[in-house]
Every structure is written in C-alpha cells, then in structure tokens.
Write a protein that binds this ligand. Structure first.
Ligand code: PEP
Ligand code: MG
Length: 551
C-alpha cells in the first residue's frame, strides 16, 4: 500500500486508476526527403480521422443543443476537405518533399493569413477556424490525444499542475478526480474540480511520481490522502466513507426546488460560478438560482487567436438563453498574472499579479474591450445578462468602462441590433483600494461582487498561488472580513446589492458572518449550492454576530 499526503482542495472520495496527464509536444519539425506517397497516405488517414471526430462532435451538439450549435463543427468538416486547402497541402508536399505535418502547418498558416487579411469581418473570423482545423489534422498526424487523456476508462488525473488553458481542453467525462504536485486551493485545477463536484488534492510534491501511473487507489479530497494499492482494512474504510458521501448527496437532492431563505425569512441569493458554457449543465443539476460569475477568459485561454465578436456572442448567448431569465453575471476578460495568453504578447513582468492584468489590459486595448462589450450587449437580448469588471482600483476606471459601454450601445442602436438598455453593470471588489473607496464606487454601478481570492491575496500580501504560505494565507483574517463589511455598508448606502464570488462564499463556517454583515448573494461552485442552501435554511439571521471581525 502506498500512502501520499497532500492538501484536499475539493471534497469527496473516489476510487480509480492514477493517470498522468500527457502534455503533448505540438512543435512541427520539417523532415526533408520524405517518402511522398507514404506521407500522402498518412495525411489521408489523419483527414479521415478528423472528419470522424467532427461528425461525432456535430452529432453531440445537435442532440444537446439543437441544429444551430452544430454548424461550427460542420463548417470545420468542410474545411478539412476544402479543395484549395488540400491542394495547397499537396503542393507543399510535392515542392518541399517534406513530411505531411510540415505541409499541413504551412498550408494552415497561409490560409489563416489569407482569411485574416480579408475586408469582410465574417470571412476574417474564419482564420480562427482554419487554425483550429489545421491543429486537429496535425494532432491526428502526430498521435496527440484530444483532451490529454488516452484511456478507455475514467481516471484520477495526475499532473505537476495544470495551466488554465489545459484544464479547458480536458475531456471531463474521463476524470474522476485530480491530484497535483503543486497548486493551491485557489488554483484553476481546484476551481474546476469544485465546479465538477469531484475530489482534488494538490501540493503532493515529488511524492507523486510518474511511475505510480496505472495503480488503482482512493483519493480523499477532504483529508488530502491518496492511497494506492490499499490493504483490505483501508479499502473497507474508504468504501464506508464513499457510501456515506452518496447518502449525503441523496439528502442534499431534497434541497432542490427549495428557497434560499433563513428560518427568520432573510433571503440569500445563491448563484453559481462557471468557467464555460458547458458548466451550465452543472448549474441546472444543482438548482443554482443564477450565475454570479462567468469567467469569460475561458474563450481567450482556449483559443490560439483573439476570439471574434461572433464566437463570443454565441458563447454568452448560449449561457444567457440556457438560464432562462435568471441573472447571468459575465465578467469581462480577466487575464494576466497566472492566466497567460500567448497571442496577447504581453511583456514579461517581474510581479505579474500586480502588473498589467484584467481591466488594465482592456483599458489599454480598446479594440479588444469593444469586441467583448459588443458581444455581451448583443447577448443581453437573449436573457438577463449583467456585465462585471474585474480588478477595479479607481473611480476613473469605472467611468472609462461605462463610457466604452455607452459607445457600444450607440453603435448597436445605429446598426439596429437588439440589446437590453438596462443591462446591469457591476464591479469586482478584490483590491484593498476598491474597499477604501467603495462609497464612491457604489454610486457608479448597479452591484458589487467581492473576489475574496484576490482580496485575500492583496490584503494580506500573500500570493494566492503559493502552496507554502500556510497559516499566513488566512481568508478568515479579520482584515478580509472587515473589508467585506465596509464594502457591504457602502453598497447598501447607495441602494445596490453585494455578493461574494470568491471561494470564501462557499465556506459554511462563515455563513453566519456573511448574514450578520448583510451580504445579499453568494456565488459558489455548482456543487456547493445544495450544501449552502441546507445551511441557510437552518440559520437564524438575526442571531448571527460579527464576532469573527474582532482581532
Ligand atoms: C476572486 O479573485 O476571488 C475571483 C472570484 O476571481 P478569480 O479567482 O477569477 O481571480
Ligand atoms: Mg480575482
């Protein structure tokens, strides 16, 4: 039996084989003097496989979301067989006498550049499709597995740590849980695990060795234990815990359809945090009453070039429509710091958490901002969309954001495109500066949402990604809780609502404090909705105290 100890960051017990994430090398090298006939045969095989994959994806979309959503994959399938594109690949093969990978990459680059230079905005947007199709054919040529998991059965996914862009590409249906060498409770792997409602353990360090891959065992996301090849006694103990967990799930299911109201009638809105349109299924499954944080950066992280207005519009519209009139707070681009996107070509920074990130990038790059705002406003015609700006520190930033919104609304008016003129605008309170000037900021917007992950980091000067800060990284610190109180008083004085969308919102031990402070909304991972509801319905708001704010 092998026992490893890490830090549990998403609760639950699960049994399965350990599988190490395959980080593919996607670099294409030119091989000269290749056997052209053999390369053509390889290419034909890769094209056939790509077509097969795209047909499966289109079929899946059709079943889950109707004909319209399958169009993207059908278009990609057309590109795979496009006469000009294939001719270009063949010409390169013949001229360069090279390997198929090099010919495909060359043709992909040429076609993408050609589309990108076109006058028509729709045609320009097709450059991203060509890049996508090219990558798919290349992956099939190079034997790179889609989703990074080459296994027929679901696995416990092991990795050093997963980058945000990597978590987006994973085939989630194959993941039972996560174990990582590095990471922290705020890492994207942890956030993803909580969204999926599956266990995760981070900080296992060097004890998590690749040679353990294939061994079967249990992980416990509460205690942080990984047990491989368990003996009989351990197996019995884990099975008992697993059974209890399933019973608890059943019990929580009885909370579905009930109101988020305390015994003395105080309402608390319980919303969900999501990272992509796929997560809406989990919101419905857990009966979330709205979406309090849609991290829009998934669109940017998953792409190899700036996502177009059309692509963004489709994603936002899908979520807004699927929530059927319930509020959907979509946060504008929040990259930089730990979320790096190559094509933004950001300068390397000594201290990126305090560098050009989030709203600073948008205000520095008005075109990028405008594209996103246009997509957001257009989506507002299909549901109750609210727009939220991250990392605000100053009133002028908010005013500049609002001016950008007004400009976009005027454009849409002129073009006769429908949108909701009353779309709510809010900001994240996640810097100490925004807390100190919350009274002034509250006069500018319709709501606040506190990002406790960053607020804790900046208030306590503790890196949220670091694994070894231990007791110094304390989100329960009175300074953080007092910041919540200051922001809440400012919000309510201005007549606006305030929520928490950082991970602290799901901390059941703090619910009485949140009720005492007067927080109106908690936005949590979908899997935390029902436990939170159960706790709210047991609480008496008027007996809750501010004791934890004392030092
Ligand atoms: C936060 O900082 O608490 C937050 C919700 O935003 P993110 O985790 O995406 O930075
Ligand atoms: Mg944040």
């Amino acid at each position: 039996m092998i026992l490893l100890q890490g830090k549990g960051v998403s609760k639950g017990v699960i049994k399965g084989p350990l599988y190490f994430f395959q980080r593919p090398d996607t670099t294409v090298n030119k091989v000269e003097g290749a056997d052209i006939e053999a390369e053509k045969a390889r290419l034909a095989e890769a094209q056939a496989k790509s077509m097969e994959q795209l047909e499966t994806l289109a079929e899946k979309c059709r079943e889950e979301a109707g004909d319209e959503s399958a169009v993207l994959f059908e278009t990609h399938a057309m590109f795979v067989e496009d006469e000009d594109y294939v001719e270009c690949i063949m010409d390169t093969l013949a001229e360069e006498q090279c390997n198929a990978e090099f010919a495909v990459e060359t043709a992909g680059e040429q076609f993408a550049a050609m589309f990108a230079a076109m006058d028509d905005a729709y045609m320009r947007a097709r450059a991203a499709d060509i890049k996508d199709v090219t990558r798919r054919i290349l992956n099939n040529l190079m034997g790179i597995v889609d989703g990074g998991i080459d296994s027929d059965v679901p696995v416990i996914l092991a990795a050093d740590d997963l980058a945000p862009s990597e978590t987006l590409q994973l085939d989630k249906s194959k993941i039972l849980g996560f174990v990582t060498q590095g990471g922290s409770g705020n890492s994207h792997t942890a956030i993803l695990a909580r969204t999926m409602g599956i266990p995760a353990i981070c900080g296992l360090g060097d004890s998590l060795k690749e040679e353990l891959g294939g061994r079967v065992g249990y992980i416990d996301g509460e205690t942080g234990q990984v047990v491989l090849d368990p003996d009989e006694i351990t197996q019995t103990a884990f099975e008992a815990k697993y059974k209890k967990q399933q019973e608890l799930k059943e019990l929580l299911n009885s909370m579905k359809g009930k109101e988020d109201v305390t015994l003395d009638g105080r309402e608390m809105m319980v919303y969900c945090n999501i990272g992509s349109p796929d997560d809406v299924a989990a919101v419905h499954a857990n009966d979330g009453q709205g979406i309090g944080l849609f991290r829009s950066e998934f669109l940017y992280l998953a792409a190899s070039d700036y996502p177009t207005e059309e692509e963004q519009f489709e994603a936002y519209k899908t979520v807004a429509a699927a929530m059927d009139g319930k509020r959907v707070v979509i946060r504008t681009l929040d990259i930089g710091a730990d979320k790096q996107v190559d094509y933004f070509e950001m300068k390397k920074e000594e201290n990126p958490a305090m560098g050009v990130r989030a709203i600073r990038i948008c205000l520095n790059r008005p075109e990028v901002f405008r594209t996103q705002l246009r997509a957001l406003y257009r989506a507002s015609a299909y549901g109750k969309v609210a727009i939220m700006f991250p990392m605000i520190t100053s009133v002028w930033e908010v005013r500049e954001c609002k001016r950008a919104c007004q400009k976009v609304m005027a454009e849409l008016d002129a073009e006769g495109i429908p949108y909701n003129k009353d779309t709510e605008i809010g900001i994240m309170i996640e810097t100490p500066a925004s807390v100190f000037i919350a009274d002034a900021l509250a006069k500018e917007v319709d709501f606040f949402s506190v990002g406790t992950n960053d607020l804790t980091q900046y208030t306590l000067a503790c890196d949220r990604q670091a694994n070894d800060l231990g007791k110094f990284f304390d989100p329960h610190h009175p300074a953080v809780l007092r910041a919540l109180k200051i922001a809440t008083e400012a919000a309510h004085a201005a007549g606006i609502w305030i929520g928490i969308c950082g991970e602290l919102g799901a901390d059941l031990s703090l619910l009485p404090t949140f009720l005492a402070i007067g927080i109106d909304e908690l936005s949590v991972s979908p899997s935390s909705v029902l436990p939170l509801r159960a706790e709210i319905r047991k609480s008496i708001a008027k007996t809750c105290t501010l004791d934890l704010l004392k030092c």
